[in-house]
Design a protein around this ligand. Sequence first.
Ligand code: ATP
Length: 253
Amino acid sequence: MTQPVVEVKDLEMRFGTRLIQRGVSFAVAPGTIFAVMGGSGVGKSTLLRHMIGLLPPAAGQVLHQGTDYWASDLATRARLRARCGMLFQSAALWSAMTVLENVMLPLEQLTKLNRAQRRERALQVLGWVGLESFAGYLPERLSGGMKKRAGLARAIAAEPPLLFLDEPSAGLDPISAKRLDDLVLDIRQRTGAAVVMVSHELPSLMAIADDGIYLDDESRHPIGRGSPRQLRDAPDTHPTVRAFLRREEPPAS
Ligand SMILES: Nc1ncnc2c1ncn2[C@@H]1O[C@H](COP(=O)(O)OP(=O)(O)OP(=O)(O)O)[C@@H](O)[C@H]1O
């Protein structure tokens, strides 16, 4: 079996004495789009923060290509973190920088490209997300969907093998959400990156995720493992997970 890009082993998540989740274990194979599912407040974003190196877990391991992130020294952690691109819920663009400068930033931090090469690469990636002609704009002039696409461009600019997306299509109209889904598939195809994605959007989950985990609010541990489609259709899926995945889609506006 090929080595997972990232693996979580028996993770326990807590804030103080409050248990968020325990017994969280899964592996993400190269090139997979992996969905982290579950109701609101169940710990999905927190799990991403543990995986990306922003917050140490209460117990358990996060392995990046076989290396235990939280047991590593700071230099190793920095190297492993550099393998991760991240799109936050808010897109988190720097407001005083143009779209182009935002996308050039990780290239300055993570690559040895000179300024002209960074500019060329950033423009190429902005082309992929359909924002080349907005390169000189400040983020405040972009729509919500465009901000997400700019954030996605910044996350993939340095071609990380692992991409984390926190609610990429939340707050977008159905057409922009579909466009973002297509973009994620396109990026996976172009770069071969594995994607770990938090999402509530059923159409998006069904369309693009090929593996996933469902975190349960009541029992505080995972109760579903597999692709959203498999989980929706398999007879032995936990009823809570099946209900979540069979919810009626909101009518298109
Ligand atoms: N820094 C923090 N300190 C204390 N509690 C926190 C902190 N961050 C999150 N929490 C709590 O931990 C729980 C899990 O939060 P998290 O944001 O991971 O959930 P989520 O599944 O991503 O939710 P949503 O789908 O609503 O974004 C929530 O109850 C939240 O209030």
